[in-house]
Design a protein. Structure first.
Length: 203
């Protein structure tokens, strides 16, 4: 996860797969546009907005937790969200791509089974009006929850740990799916790196 370094300019997170590797679920054109253009813009805006302010020198997480709602928070939140988002996918997911280990146990305890979690997240993504994110997140108590965040909001702002995020801003899917957001969301399950998601779990 990209968190920034005190007194260091925020930089683009590393993409751990070629831009075309997630195709056809996420095309090369979408990755180049979404990662290469949108995320770069959020990074540029964040560096400009923290300069010569009380937030200069803070980590990305500290800015997200402390900044007032407005341009600084929106861009910091989007940098955080997108860094987690691009890290969570893999082009080499197995055919039966499901959570394992501790994450599977947590999901079974809090949702009953993986299919119920999938339905809850798909329903939340389909019903979120406008732009934003749907997250599988972990509360401070350890309990897992599905939450919706508008625009650049993030679970960290609400004292929760983001585990798996669905980006429902149109730039995440429109080149590949046009207005078929629900279809895009369903296909994402096939490229999730569940080891990355489990590594975010607070046990």
């Amino acid at each position: 996860m990209y968190t920034g370094t005190a007194r260091t300019e925020f930089k683009m997170p590393t993409l751990h797969y070629p831009t075309g590797a997630l195709s056809p679920i996420i095309s090369q054109a979408t990755i180049e546009y979404h990662y290469g253009k949108h995320l770069q813009t959020y990074i540029n805006n964040l560096n400009r907005l923290v300069e010569n302010t009380d937030f200069e020198g803070l980590t990305l997480r500290e800015i997200v937790e402390q900044a007032p709602h407005g341009p600084l928070f929106n861009n910091a939140g989007q940098v955080l969200n997108h860094s987690l988002y691009f890290e969570q996918f893999t082009p080499s997911a197995p055919a039966n791509n499901t959570p394992k280990g501790n994450l599977k146990e947590y999901i079974s305890f809090d949702f009953g089974n993986f299919d119920t979690l999938k339905s809850k997240m798909e329903d939340a993504a389909a019903s979120l009006f406008g732009s934003g994110w749907v997250w599988l997140a972990q509360e401070e108590s350890g309990k897992l929850a599905v939450i919706s965040c508008h625009n650049g909001d993030t679970p960290m702002r609400h004292r929760m740990t983001p585990l798996y995020g669905i980006d429902v801003w149109e730039h995440a899917y429109y080149l590949d799916y046009q207005n078929r957001r629900a279809e895009h969301v369903k296909k994402l399950w096939d490229i999730i790196d569940w080891e990355v998601i489990e590594s975010r779990l607070q046990i």
